[in-house]
Design a protein around this ligand. Structure first.
Ligand SMILES: Nc1ncnc2c1ncn2[C@@H]1O[C@H](COP(=O)(O)OP(=O)(O)OP(=O)(O)O)[C@@H](O)[C@H]1O
Ligand SMILES: O=P(O)(O)OC[C@H]1O[C@H](OP(=O)(O)OP(=O)(O)O)[C@H](O)[C@@H]1O
Length: 211
């Protein structure tokens, strides 16, 4: 199995779209594989092993080379800042990273920003010369301005439903997000044929679905 391609697949939201794209590209991973508790999935005919990972850990597996390639959201790549190659924009799991506040928000003296993405948020406000205290939360980020923990949040917006249902306003989009194919730097050289073949097949499939 030494020469097999090891692929870190994100469990959760991205999985079904990523697996579906892989299938369309000719790699027969199941779209409901994430519903089992199996963490390593083998595809002997394609000489591939899929590692079922928590999304935020995908760049770590790839940087350390335990996975040759991986699929991960641009949000995680921006936050984790790992030393990996970004090979392809897969165009799936679209959403955006935004600054969000209550409608009556006004600039305060000791502004606090709650987020799951402290590096992204710190960089954003630093670049704008705004001094803020960044508070790391792990979920239900929208609660923070509603219960007075923070003035604003930096979080993901997809349909906008969470914002609407909680009376919050999207002030600014920081960047748009899609999932990306990433590769370990050494694997990219040593397993270039297999990685390039996968990239070409995915690329053709992405172009097909766009046209
Ligand atoms: N509405 C959305 N909210 C959050 N992430 C989204 C959304 N739409 C697409 N994504 C993508 O999905 C990824 C997150 O997937 P998911 O929510 O399954 O992971 P998670 O954050 O680890 O899960 P959990 O909420 O269980 O901790 C993000 O990195 C992002 O690229
Ligand atoms: O614009 P929408 O379609 O409403 O999607 C955005 C919401 O989805 C994510 O939360 P998630 O469901 O991951 O829950 P969490 O609060 O546990 O992070 C994100 O943090 C937003 O809260």
């Amino acid at each position: 199995m030494q020469d097999w391609l090891k692929v870190a697949m994100p469990k959760g939201r991205i999985y079904k779209q990523a697996a579906s794209l892989m299938r369309e590209a000719g790699y027969s991973i199941l779209e409901d594989e994430d519903e089992s508790r199996k963490l390593l999935i083998e595809l002997p005919e394609a000489r591939m092993q899929f590692i079922m990972a928590k999304p935020v850990d995908v760049p770590t597996y790839v940087e350390y080379g335990v996975a040759d390639i991986g699929i991960v959201g641009k949000d995680v790549l921006m936050e984790e800042n790992r030393d990996v190659y970004e090979l392809l924009d897969l165009g799936i799991a679209r959403c955006r990273m935004s600054v969000i506040a209550l409608p009556d928000w006004e600039p305060g003296t000791y502004p606090r920003v709650a987020t799951k993405y402290p590096n992204v948020a710190s960089q954003y406000f630093r670049e704008r010369g705004q001094q803020v205290e960044v508070i790391k939360l792990n979920g239900s980020i929208e609660l923070a301005p509603m219960i007075g923990l923070a003035d604003r949040i930096v979080d993901m917006v997809e349909t906008g439903t969470t914002l609407r249902e909680n009376g919050l306003i999207e002030q600014e989009v920081i960047f748009n997000i899609t999932s990306r194919l990433i590769a370990n730097r050494v694997s990219y050289r040593l397993k270039n044929d297999a990685i390039q073949k996968l990239c070409d097949r995915l690329q053709s499939q992405i172009q097909l679905t766009r046209s």
